[in-house]
Design a protein around this ligand. Structure first.
Ligand SMILES: Nc1ncnc2c1ncn2[C@@H]1O[C@H](COP(=O)(O)OP(=O)(O)O)[C@@H](O)[C@H]1O
Ligand SMILES: [Mg+2]
Length: 200
């Protein structure tokens, strides 16, 4: 995968759009410091993420990024509240019960606040994962395929929710998707090409 100079300014919303296998998740993982690029540089919040050692990347991610994984990765043994509390404890060194309750209400999961992830529907799990990503007030909110499992109206609501949540804290928003339904919501887009076919 090759990307030229690309910059996302603080507070902007951007979409990485491309078909399956085009490198969206790899790109998200590089932005989040979970993978290191083999070439080029990546700067996040004024720091050279790609040049930091692993512990430095972890610290920068914890301080500045809220991540919504494609596979959600909620902690199965913890309730929705417990998942948010753990994220706050790790990122901030403290928990904020009022903020957790506010966010869980904001994503429409108040009635499921004590549920374990396996008791949630896919859409509920996605909303829980978004609340978890937001509960540390990240400067950069990153989501991988947040709408792919949702029907049209819920996909629109998910994007509304992420725009509102990002704007409420002046966070930057970066979404990766193959879901063309949401493309029209973003003025700022990075289109990734389909992977090259392997010769038979
Ligand atoms: N851990 C990995 N090791 C090697 N190749 C990988 C790994 N993860 C993904 N890939 C490959 O990198 C390419 C891009 O994958 P990915 O970033 O998951 O794309 P997308 O999210 O757009 O579907 C694919 O060809 C995939 O098979
Ligand atoms: Mg992917």
């Amino acid at each position: 995968m090759q990307i030229g100079d690309w910059q996302l300014h603080a507070g902007q919303h951007a979409l990485i759009l491309g078909p399956s296998g085009s490198g969206k998740t790899s790109f998200i993982n590089i932005v989040s410091g979970l993978l290191t690029p083999t070439a080029g540089e990546l700067w996040v919040a004024g720091e050279a993420m790609s040049q930091l050692p692993p512990a430095g990347r972890d610290a920068l991610r914890r301080r500045t990024i809220g991540l919504v994984f494609q596979t959600l990765r909620l902690i199965p043994a913890l309730s929705v509240i417990g998942n948010l509390a753990l994220a706050q404890q790790l990122a901030l060194g403290r928990t904020d019960a009022a903020e957790i309750a506010r966010l869980i209400d904001r994503v429409g999961l108040s009635h499921r606040a004590d549920a374990r992830p396996r008791q949630l529907s896919q859409g509920e799990g996605q909303r829980a994962a978004i609340a978890r990503a937001l509960c540390t007030k990240p400067r950069l909110l990153v989501a991988d395929e947040p709408t792919s499992a949702l029907d049209d109206s819920n996909a629109e609501r998910m994007i509304d929710l992420m725009f509102e949540a990002a704007d409420a804290t002046a966070a930057t928003l970066l979404i990766a998707t193959h879901d063309g339904r949401i493309a029209h919501r973003f003025a700022n887009r990075l289109d990734l090409a389909a992977p090259q076919a392997v010769a038979a």
